[in-house]
Design a protein around this ligand. Structure first.
Ligand code: MN
Ligand code: MN
Length: 487
């Protein structure tokens, strides 16, 4: 028979095993006192979501706001030395923006970076998009989707046209966001006739890439062999509205994004539904915390920098993505501004002594599909920010796999600062996977760890985020900028 002592040990053990991750899974909803702060942060963020449907619109949003708040546009140059506490920013081709605050210690001793992205999955137009259907008289826009979407999510919903057209004379025309603009829709097949034509297809094939045709008008059916009259009508409309010709569409970045703005979800209004949380929420937390520091006159010990990249959803390639050397060029300029020579050795030293949070949204436990996740190692809506040691697929392939030291340092910081966090991995082993910009930052020899806010319905036209998580994300990055690493 076991003695009393043994029993006690056993009891203690079973309590400890009840929820091995419980230190990170306190329900924020129940513990948070600053309800006003949660609502205020949410309303600023929801306004941003409604104004910024593309990376270009996001860059314009931050550029205007930072200028208003006295941040220096480094493109215009500065005659003054970098005084600790000075805010600055640098844009790259209107699609990427680096935002920073000068720290007390020299840049060459390393900076604290939060790296995010501003692009979101969407439906791009093909270079020659306008077509007419001869049998129905319908005008259609041919599309090519951008990023990893489930195509069937994007049919039968209102879509708005956003982007930039460059005319032959070089003039740029930005469109999108105007009130009462015409919208577009990709029509699906009615259930009554889907039995053979569609229901027997695989789900991922429900709507195929070449079937993503957006309606853009209605006209009469063409005479034999004639070009459908609807094409002329669509072109006439574009010409009178924007002064463009069909060939101008060849030099454009045009996309269709959900028309629906952000909304509170639930009777308690605890969730935010919107297009584009991935990854405007991380960019918001990273950039808004710098803006608040500047407003409150907080001077960080180390240089604090938010990197808002483009092109993450298609692999970070392209000159505005995380693989581009824009960051190197920007760091050379900052070193030069700091009185250094700004050479490669200084650059490498700066990066090697830098810390980076790769901030991107994470998969939250879905009540319908819990089976894809290891519950003990997954995030839930409303439990705070995630620390994600690795992403990748098929045996961590393509992952940064943060070091124990970096995870340890962040865990210590968040515990000390009262940040609710949860340890998370994307899903069960071999269930699928994904990646972030973490590995591109790590290739610059920085210490990098993934952090993010959990979402439901990621990459859909209406993604779901918890307001308390947003609030905690902002707090987490502020503490990272001002206090990491702890003494
Ligand atoms: Mn993302
Ligand atoms: Mn994504």
């Amino acid at each position: 028979m076991p003695g009393e002592g043994d029993q006690k040990v056993k009891k203690k053990r079973s309590r400890a095993r009840k929820d091995p991750n419980e230190w990170g899974k306190k329900w924020l909803v129940d513990t948070i006192d600053d309800r006003e702060g949660v609502e205020e942060t949410s309303s600023i963020y929801m306004d941003l979501l409604d104004r910024c449907r593309t990376e270009r619109e996001s860059v314009a949003y931050w550029r205007d706001l930072l200028k208003e708040n006295g941040f220096l546009d480094l493109r215009e140059g500065s005659n003054d030395d970098p005084v600790p506490g000075t805010g600055f920013f640098l844009t790259n081709r209107d699609r990427e923006i680096l935002i920073g605050i000068v720290g007390e210690t020299p840049l060459i001793d390393g900076a604290n970076f939060v790296a995010t992205h501003l692009d979101s999955p969407r439906i791009d137009l093909k270079p020659i998009p306008i077509d007419g259907d001869r049998d129905t008289g319908l005008g259609i826009l041919r599309t090519h989707y951008y990023g990893g979407i489930k195509k069937y999510h994007w049919v039968n919903i209102p879509l708005s046209l956003h982007g930039r057209i460059v005319k032959e004379d070089g003039t740029c025309i930005d469109i999108g966001g105007e009130e009462n603009e015409p919208i577009f829709v990709i029509p699906d097949l009615l259930p009554h006739l889907s039995r053979k034509a569609q229901n027997e297809r695989k789900l991922s094939d429900g709507i195929r890439g070449e079937e993503m045709l957006a309606l853009c008008g209605l006209s009469s059916i063409p005479e034999e062999d004639n070009r459908p009259p609807i094409i002329e009508e669509v072109l006439e409309h574009l010409n009178s509205r924007y002064g463009i010709h069909e060939e101008d569409l060849i030099s454009s970045d045009l996309c269709l994004v959900p028309t629906q703005g952000s909304r509170d979800i639930g009777l308690d209004r605890g969730l935010i539904g919107s297009y584009g949380h991935d990854n405007r929420v991380s960019a918001f937390c990273a950039s808004q915390s710098l803006l608040l520091m500047a407003k409150e006159g907080v001077v960080p010990k180390r240089w604090s920098i938010a990197l808002n990249f483009d092109k993450e959803e298609i692999g970070s390639d392209g000159n505005t993505g995380a693989k581009s050397q824009f960051l190197e060029l920007a760091l050379y300029a900052l070193l030069d501004w700091s009185g250094h020579r700004g050479n490669r050795r200084e650059l490498l030293r700066t990066c090697s002594r830098s810390f980076c949070i790769s901030a991107d949204v994470k998969s939250a436990l879905n009540p319908t599909f819990k089976g894809v996740q290891d519950i003990r190692n997954s995030a839930r809506l409303g439990a705070g920010i995630t620390i994600t040691k690795y992403t990748g697929r098929g045996g961590k392939s393509g992952a940064n796999d943060a070091s124990a030291e970096m995870v340890g340092g962040l865990r210590r910081l968040y515990n000390k600062e009262g940040i609710n966090w949860v340890m998370q991995e994307t899903g069960k082993v071999d269930a699928g996977g994904g990646g972030t910009v973490a590995k591109f930052m790590a290739s610059r020899n920085m210490d990098v760890v993934d952090n993010g806010l959990p979402l439901l319905s990621m990459h859909s036209p209406f993604e779901i985020l918890a307001k308390v998580d947003l609030y905690m994300g902002l707090k987490a990055f502020s503490s990272f900028y001002t206090k990491y690493p702890l003494e």
